[in-house]
Ligand binder design. Structure first.
Ligand SMILES: Cc1cc2nc3c(=O)[nH]c(=O)nc-3n(C[C@H](O)[C@H](O)[C@H](O)COP(=O)(O)OP(=O)(O)OC[C@H]3O[C@@H](n4cnc5c(N)ncnc54)[C@H](O)[C@@H]3O)c2cc1C
Length: 330
């Protein structure tokens, strides 16, 4: 696909042609990685292969809660808070969903007992959303109740667009009854502006990100320029009217726009936070902390690391080469 797209550009100037070929090839690799992220057999092989497990350490804090807490302490010592994510989306039974809920209950308690500055992020498909909305809601409710007891917080990640309505409904309901729960909005979806306005009116905390799934043109912007333009627009709504918004991105332009808008609005630096993923753009992380901004890292841990890992590769296909190079180094 990439090759034929390149061949069709022969009438164009050489530099444009080269750039366009690179763009098309990267888009092809990105789509391929997202496709592979959903392949069950490859996932089984990767998650059980010792060689492949070595790869996961680039973006994953470890396989156990203790390892994740150790990473959490280190991150805290650098002036950064965290949100722990126990990897494992799309469980296959309600028993697995209950087990995931129990891991999260233990994780919230362990964060509290250890004094680590952090909270948790979860995916509703891990809590059984594909099998029973009621059971999923009951699982999430237990966790939010625990967050209330511990004065902590639960963030519900946003998955692909088939889950958006159900995720927002569940978060709105739990927030109305307990508070201490927030959600994620993706700037690639056309609907996000209306969703953000609604969440702001309800004083529900929002994490704004661009979106990590492969979405069709019927529901989502397809070009980076459109996704970015919408991101900036949504960021401004959140800084104007949002409840302690989280601006989650590694994109220097998005960060610069946020800094500029917060300065224009004379917003104190403790009224919002930036968020980034563990293992990505540590230079930018250090710069934000040094400049006095709040920063939280999303820190995943657990054995089911494959889909998360592949989405990180898809965001920046150059990571594939970086990882392969390190793999074969002594
Ligand atoms: C804290 C946090 C929580 C998130 N939660 C969700 C969620 O609930 N649902 C969801 O759909 N998505 C979520 N995402 C992922 C998000 O949607 C994007 O896919 C991801 O953040 C990449 O977008 P970007 O804003 O960094 O910008 P991009 O335009 O993708 O990247 C901008 C620049 O950032 C750097 N960069 C970005 N990604 C990488 C990478 N993987 N490796 C190395 N450099 C990179 C590169 O320099 C790149 O040029 C989350 C992201 C963060 C930071």
């Amino acid at each position: 696909m990439a090759a034929s797209a390149c061949l069709s550009q022969t009438a164009l100037p050489a530099t444009w042609e080269t750039c366009h070929c690179i763009d098309v090839s990267l888009e092809f690799v990105r789509r391929l990685l997202l496709f592979l992220s959903r392949q069950k057999q490859l996932r089984r092989w990767m998650e059980t292969s010792p060689l492949a497990q070595r790869l996961s350490t680039r973006f994953v804090a470890g396989q156990t809660l203790d390892q994740a807490l150790a990473v959490g302490r280190k991150i805290n010592s650098e002036g950064i808070t965290l949100t722990l994510d126990h990897l494992g989306e799309s469980v296959s039974t309600l028993e697995e969903a209950a087990a995931a809920r129990d891991v999260y209950l233990r994780t919230l308690s362990a964060i509290h007992d250890s004094g680590v500055q952090g909270n948790v992020s979860l995916k509703l498909t891990q809590f059984g959303l594909d099998f029973s909305t009621d059971q999923c809601r009951a699982n999430a409710e237990q966790l939010v109740q625990r967050a209330v007891e511990l004065e902590s917080f639960v963030r519900v990640d946003m998955e692909s667009s088939e889950y958006t309505d159900r995720t927002l409904d569940l978060v709105r309901d739990l927030h109305q009854r307990y508070g201490r729960v927030g959600v994620v909005i993706q700037s690639y979806l056309y609907r996000s502006k209306a969703d953000i306005e609604d969440l702001c009116a309800r004083r529900i905390r929002v994490r704004l990100c661009k979106g990590a799934y492969l979405e069709p043109a019927g529901v989502a912007f397809q070009s980076k320029a459109d996704v970015d333009r919408n991101y900036v627009e949504l960021m401004k709504i959140l800084l104007d009217r949002g409840e302690y918004p989280a601006i989650a991105t590694h994109d220097e332009n998005m960060i610069r726009e946020t800094e500029a808008y917060a300065a224009l609005r004379k917003m104190p630096r403790d009224t919002f936070e930036f968020q980034m993923l563990y293992g990505i753009r540590r230079d930018l992380q250090r710069r934000l902390v040094a400049d006095g901004y709040r920063l939280r890292l999303y820190v995943p841990f657990g054995r089911a690391w494959y889909p998360y890992y592949m989405r990180r590769l898809a965001e920046r296909p150059a990571n594939v080469f970086f990882i392969l190079r390190n793999l074969f180094r002594q």
